[in-house]
Design a protein. Structure first.
Length: 123
């Protein structure tokens, strides 16, 4: 099931202040070619502003231009994020090239892959 609100808003400080609520939910960051990252947070607005100030991360290198979001309860955010990641397959939520095996050679479950790739610049 796609994002409830499919209108992409500009990923700028002004755009985030104008459109992103300071509440619990999930959000997606994209550019004209692809979905870059889908995350979940207690405060959509603050998290998007934090992403805007990041330097030299995998997310920033993908040149994000827009965002969408859904307000949702903390208890359902993680499940909703997982579903959106499965549907949109954003670049920064994907496993690194050596995954889905970890260093021990054991195959990881989908939940373990999501946990490992929770932050776009974590690997």
């Amino acid at each position: 099931m796609p994002f409830e609100e499919s209108i992409s808003r500009p990923l700028t400080s002004a755009g985030v202040h104008s459109y992103a609520p300071a509440t619990s939910g999930v959000y997606g960051i994209s550019n004209a070619r692809e979905w870059i990252y889908i995350g979940e947070t207690d405060n959509i607005q603050n998290t998007l502003l934090t992403h805007l100030h990041e330097l030299a991360t995998r997310l920033v290198r993908r040149q994000p231009t827009g965002f969408v979001f859904e307000v949702c309860e903390p208890a359902t955010r993680s499940i909703r994020q997982d579903r959106l990641v499965l549907e949109y397959e954003p670049f920064c939520n994907r496993s690194s090239p050596r995954d889905p095996q970890d260093a021990s050679g054991m195959t990881m479950t989908a939940n373990e892959m999501f946990a490992r790739s929770a932050q776009c610049d974590s690997f």
